[in-house]
Structures are given as C-alpha cells and as structure tokens.
Design a binder for this molecule. Structure first.
Ligand code: ATP
Ligand code: MG
Length: 453
C-alpha cells in the first residue's frame, strides 16, 4: 500500500515536471520566435533605409550613414558592400563619427567593441538590380542594463520553477497526509488482525473521525464488531464448556450413584432407580437442547445483519397474538399499547428478545396479566424506540435481579435452562441498546429495552 501510494505520487511529481518542461518549451519557444520575428522586421527596415540611400547609381553617403546609424541604435553591427564587393560603410565608421557622450550612453547598453558572431548577409536591390549586400549581426549586450527579453525569459523560468515547486511540494505533502490518513489506520488494522489470528481477541481499534465518516471508519467499525463477536464467542465457548461440564457432572453422579446402589444391593426398588436415572437423563437431554438453543441464538448474534423497517405495532402485535391463547388459558390478560410507527431495527433479534421477555412473564405470573408498551425516542431518528414488558407476577428481590442475566441462572420455579435473559442481554448489546429491569417481590416485574442508534 505504502509503496503503491509512493509510486502514485512519484508519477504525479513526474507529470508535474513534464508539464513544466512542455510549458517552458512552448512559452519560451514562442517568445523566442516572437523576438526573432521582431529582429527580422528591424533588419528589413534597415535594408529598406540602406536601399533608400542609393540614388541615381550612387550612394548618398549621409543617408547611408544614417541607416547604419539606426542599425547601431537598434543593436545591430552592419556593413554595406557595393555590387563589386567593396565595403561602402560600416558600423565602426559610423560610431567613429559619433560624439563621445553618445558613445558612452550606447556603451552602457551595447558592447560596441565586441567582435563575435557571424554576419548574415542580405542582397540589396533597387528597381530590380542588385546594388550590393548588407552584412549584419547582433551587437552583444554590455550587461549593465539587461535586455528586456532576457528579463522576460528569466522571469518565465523563475515562474515555472516556482510553480513546479508548489505542485511538487503539494504532491509531497499530500502523499505524507495520505500515508498518515489512509495507510496508517490500515496498517493498524493489519496488526490487530494478526493479533486476532494469534488468538488475542481483546483488540479494539479507535475510530479516526466522528463527524466525517469514511470507508476506513466503516471498516474499523466492522472490524471492531468482528473482534467483539470473536471475543464473545471465545468467552462463550470457555464459559459454556465449564458450565456444561458442571451441569453434566451432577446428573451423571446421580446416575452413577443409583447404578452402584443396585450393584451393591443397597437399593432393591429397581423401578425407583429407573425413575431416578430417567429423570437425570431428561435433565441431560434438556441441557443438550439448551446448548442447541444457545448455538442457534449465537449464530444470529454474530451476524450483524441488515436493519429493516418494520411497523412496531404490527410487529409486537403478531408476536403477542402467537402467545395470547396460552396466556389467556392461564387466566391472564394481555394488553398491548403503543403507536403505529415505522422503525429501523434488526427484526430477527428483536423477535428473540420479545419472545423471551413474554415467555418469562407468562411463566412467572399466576394472576393479573401482561402489559406490553412501546414508543419512539425521537421523531427524526428511525432507530430510536423503546419497548416494555410488564407483568403482575412473582417479582424478584434485588439479589435475584443481580443474577438474572447470568448464563444458567434460574430461579427455583423456572423449569427452564436459565439462558433466556442472558441471550436477551447479549442481543440488546449487539443492537447498541440498553435493558433495564424493575421488580418488586410479590408485585410484578417490568423489563424495558431502549435503542437510540
Ligand atoms: N418476569 C419475571 N418475573 C419473575 N422472575 C423472573 C422474570 N423473568 C426472569 N425471572 C427470573 O430470572 C431467572 C432467569 O430467567 P431466564 O429467562 O434467563 O431463565 P429461565 O426463564 O429460568 O430459563 P429459560 O429462559 O432458559 O427457559 C428466572 O429463572 C426467574 O427466576
Ligand atoms: Mg426465560
């Protein structure tokens, strides 16, 4: 990942350099063409002036000197030859006639004494007849006052270098930021995943942003959920193994004791022994079924699943309806009350929760009945709602309340496996909700679950 990011940014920098080079070639190239064009124009005017000084087969030396003089002023060193190849006049002739003040001034711009560069010659014509040649070359700059074109070129190059530095620098900073914000969380997740693979399920990754959630946050959240699920599963496995071992030992000891009693001739009533053994085997069977129930329920814990939109009234109504006959048969009433609202939830999990709460209330209530209520937590949050199951049953004291969510805890009148509420609690937590219980011995019990996100 880091290498790929690094390569990607190297490519960006390379493209920035390339675009700069192309830009420079185009702009500076165009500018050079422009300057060359201007020079050619100037040479053309000098040629025209030189040709203009040729009158009636003779050079007008004053006009010719003036033309060459203008040439010098424009930065050209030139000389004129007639058609026989004799030199008629040159820039140095003209310069030697100038007054020293003017020569001084010109020297600050041009190196009048330089003698470098090739002359280019141009044929001179008057009325179609060649009258001679103009040899011309650029006089070097003296360097005291740089040529405006040079300033432009330098400024252009400076500008390109600065723009390259800005582009390259930004790419570099971006690459560092990307590495920090993209690659670091992934690297941390990778390390945590390795820990999990080696059996350490205690890892939880911090979420990077709370307000601007992105895919990395989503990945981290799912990763945390997965780690949490693995941790629960691991704890459950250990817990279950020890609990099962403990729960199995009791009936097995009793079975063994009964069989030994027959063997030793201590007990002669085989019918009673058979009954004892059978009832212990029933306990074992019920325990095994319990394990199956847990496994089934756990399977749904660990799948986060997708939320669905349900109408809370319809949902609760259909579950209560499925149980209302047996509740009423026991002489109990069952009342439901709440708005018809659409909420976003995990219906499968909510179903298990509600069913367990209802079956407990049914089981531990002998008179009166059950009240089921619900409502929304806030109008604009579809995930926020509450649900309560209240009964007028046996109730519990505070000591019992503190144990009811433990696996395999059951009261004396239970007849169950003591797993229902442990499952309920885990499901509520997986759904990011809370569960509260209030109960009074002999008065009744109320369970209330609440989801806010
Ligand atoms: N509504 C209630 N009224 C009174 N006691 C309750 C109520 N709900 C739960 N309890 C107490 O909490 C204990 C644990 O409940 P839980 O649902 O976990 O197990 P269970 O109902 O005994 O067995 P299982 O649900 O596995 O069939 C119960 O045995 C009972 O003593
Ligand atoms: Mg129960």
């Amino acid at each position: 990942m880091r290498t790929k990011l690094f390569l990607a940014f190297i490519c960006i920098i390379f493209l920035a350099v390339l675009s700069n080079v192309v830009f420079e070639k185009l702009i500076i190239g165009d500018f050079d063409d422009f300057v060359r064009g201007t020079e050619e124009d100037q040479i053309y005017w000098i040629m025209a002036s030189v040709e203009g000084s040729y009158k009636e087969n003779n050079w007008d030396m004053t006009l010719l000197s003036e033309a060459v003089h203008w040439g010098v002023m424009l930065g050209f060193d030139a000389f004129v030859e007639d058609s026989d190849g004799n030199r008629v006049v040159s820039s140095s002739d003209v310069i030697s006639t100038m007054n020293p003040n003017m020569i001084d001034r010109m020297s600050s711009l041009l190196d009048l004494t330089s003698d470098s560069g090739e002359y280019t010659w141009y044929p001179l014509y008057v009325k179609g007849t060649e009258i001679g040649k103009l040899y011309i070359r650029l006089i070097e700059r003296s360097g005291i006052i740089p040529l405006k074109e040079e300033i432009f070129r330098k400024r252009g190059r400076d500008f390109l270098i600065i723009s390259f530095l800005i582009a390259g620098g930004s790419a570099l900073i971006m690459s560092i930021l990307f590495t920090i914000f993209l690659s670091n969380p992934l690297r941390r997740l990778n390390i945590s995943a390795r820990k999990i693979a080696s059996g350490d399920f205690s890892v939880q990754e911090p979420l990077t942003h709370n307000h601007m959630r992105d895919e990395i946050d989503e990945l981290t959240e799912n990763f945390n959920f997965m780690a949490d699920a693995l941790r629960r599963e691991d704890a459950l496995r250990k817990h279950l193994t020890s609990n099962i071992a403990h729960e199995l030992r009791t009936p097995l000891t009793i079975i063994k004791g009964n069989l030994e009693a027959i063997e030793d001739g201590v007990m002669s009533d085989t019918g009673k022994v058979m009954d004892n053994v059978k009832s212990e085997i029933d306990r074992i069977t019920s325990l095994v079924e319990g394990i199956e129930d847990v496994t089934r329920a756990e399977a749904s814990f660990f799948k986060k699943g997708l939320t669905e939109e349900i109408d809370l009234k319809e949902f609760v109504g259909s579950i209560v309806e499925g149980m209302s006959e047996m509740i009423q048969e026991k002489g109990l009433y069952v009342k439901t009350e709440g708005p018809s609202v659409s909420v976003e939830t995990f219906p499968e999990k909510l179903h298990i929760i509600l069913k367990n709460l209802l079956s407990n209330s049914y089981k531990f209530t002998d008179r009166g009945g059950l009240d089921i209520n619900w409502g929304v937590v806030s109008e604009n949050n579809k995930r926020g709602f509450w649900l309560s199951v209240k009964d007028t049953g046996t109730g519990m004291n505070s000591d019992e309340i503190s144990k009811i969510f433990n696996r395999f805890y059951k009261g004396p009148a239970s007849g169950g496996k003591g797993l229902g509420l442990a499952i309920v609690k885990e499901l509520v937590e997986v759904m990011d909700g809370t569960i509260e219980v209030s109960s009074e011995l002999g008065q009744g019990t109320k369970f209330r679950i609440r989801f806010e996100r």
